[in-house]
Design a binder for this molecule. Sequence first.
Ligand SMILES: [Zn+2]
Length: 231
Amino acid sequence: MAFNIYYYESNVDCKFCKKHFSTYKVRPNRYKIVEEQTDFMPVYEGLNPLLYEVAVCPHCGYAYHKSMTRTYGPFMELINEIYIKELQKKINICQERTLDDAIVSYKLAYLVSRASMEESLLMANFALKIAWLYRLKNDNKSETHYLFAARDFYSKSFATNQEGEERIQFLHAELSLRLGDIAEAKKGFSRLISDRNISNKYRKLARNCWENYRYDENVIKVDGGIGEVLN
Ligand SMILES: [Zn+2]
C-alpha cells in the first residue's frame, strides 16, 4: 500500500484459521491523551487508537484482543462450535474504522471470549470499552446497557494483585454512580475511603468522585430552591 501518514499496517497470523492478514493501527504520533474520565476512559486529541485494538480476521471472522488468554487448544474447539459456526457473514474491518466498525470489532471479541469462557475481568473490560464507544457516539441507551454489563462482570471479578483489586472495587462504585445506583456507589466509595489498606491513589479517586457527586447534588438542590422561590 502507499505510505499512510495516519496508520501503519500490523501483520497478523490468525490464531484460528492460521491465515495471514494485515490490519490498521494508529501511528503513535497521531494521538495524544488530553483527559481521563472518572471511569478511566481516555479522551484523545487526534485519532482514537481504541478503535483499532481488536483485530478481526477477514478470512474466518475470529476476533482477537491482546488481553485474551484462551486462544489455544480446547478453547479453539469451543470458539469453533459456539462462535465461528454461528457467524452469519464475514466482514472486513481491517482498514480505517468508524465508531460503528469499532463497536462491531469489540462485540465480536466479546462473543469469542464468551465462547472460550474467559475470566469475568476481561469481559468486564470489554463491556466497559463498548460503553465508551457508545458514549463517543452519544448513544446513552446502549452506553447504559454496557455499563450495566460491565458492572455485573466487575462484581464477579478477581485480580491477582492489590492494584487490580482496588481498580475493580473503584470501577464498581464509579459505574454504580453513573447508573444512578447511589446506595451501591456510596457503599463502595465509603469502603475505599475508610479502609486503611487501600492505596492513596484509589482512596483519593474515590473521595474525589464522591465529593463531586455530593457537590453537584447540593448545587441542584440550591438551584431548585431558588427556582421555587422565584416561581
Ligand atoms: Zn482467521
